[in-house]
Design a protein around this ligand. Structure first.
Ligand SMILES: [Zn+2]
Length: 268
């Protein structure tokens, strides 16, 4: 089996207009989308960013029939402090093949907001990883820790600055991820669009040293032409860290796909 992108958004996510069918034209035998589930503050007038699970399931069924491909169901859980019960309740009621755990927003702002660049980068970094520590304790049954660097994408931190500010926190977070078998995501948007390759080199090594053995590669595509973006580069990075497999998720199963000879990978 070949690897396929484990972080993809379609128009079921609030911030994508892309049809699932457009991705399917590019996909092999297997495809998964990971749609946003973002609960916000209860008094936030913009409302929670959820998606219509029933419509999502119907569209998958329709496209499976039409294309003959396997389509898996995924969710990107955007942790929000204070909404843990609602997130747990949603996940209990809706089945997914893969659950990504992400950290996008604090009570005051989304970490990708422009205002972040006006703030003290070390303060933002500290705040972001404290939030992640809180959230991963609540949701370590997710499959994947997605873009661990989302909150610092725009801060231009050197690995040294990062380590001084967040090194201890991140090590504790990754320790928990390893303990609960969560995969580490190589998010190619972070790595190549936001130039955070250095932070990925740093974090992969810590995760690996702590005994972490699961890795996914996700483009974080919001449109079909970003599907599998920079996949080969991410593979090269894993190999440079002496890691020779990636992982694929489907319900109650985690598949190891060897990188050295992907075509000779696990067959079904
Ligand atoms: Zn995403």
């Amino acid at each position: 089996m070949d690897y396929y992108d484990q972080h993809v958004h379609t128009d079921f996510s609030f911030d994508s207009d892309e049809k699932m069918a457009a991705y399917l034209k590019l996909a092999g035998e297997n495809f998964v989308s990971t749609e946003h589930l973002d609960f916000k503050a209860k008094d936030d007038k913009s409302g929670d960013d959820l998606f219509d699970y029933d419509a999502y399931s119907r569209e998958i069924k329709r496209l499976e029939k039409e294309s003959g491909k396997h389509i898996f169901k995924g969710v990107e859980i955007g942790y929000f402090a204070g909404r843990e019960a609602d997130i747990h309740a949603y996940l209990k009621q809706h089945a997914f093949d893969i659950k990504l755990l992400s950290f996008h927003r604090s009570a005051e702002y989304d970490f990708s907001d422009n205002m972040i660049s006006q703030m003290d980068p070390l303060e933002v970094t500290d705040k972001y990883y404290r939030l992640m520590w809180k959230g991963i304790n609540a949701f370590h049954d997710a499959d994947v820790l997605a873009h661990f660097d989302y909150g610092v994408r725009n801060l231009n931190l050197t690995s040294g600055m990062f380590e001084t500010t967040a090194g201890v926190l991140l090590a504790n977070i990754l320790k928990l991820a390893v303990r609960y078998n969560m995969a580490f995501e190589l998010n190619t948007t972070s790595m190549y669009k936001y130039h955070n390759i250095g932070l990925y080199d740093y974090a992969i090594e810590i995760y690996k040293q702590l005994g972490g053995k699961r890795y996914t590669i996700g483009s974080d595509a919001h449109e079909a032409n970003s599907y599998m973006n920079n996949y080969e580069n991410a593979v090269e990075m894993l190999k440079a860290h002496d890691i020779h497999h990636v992982n694929v998720y489907r319900k109650n199963a985690m598949v190891v796909v060897p990188l050295d000879d992907v075509d000779e990978g696990i067959k079904y």
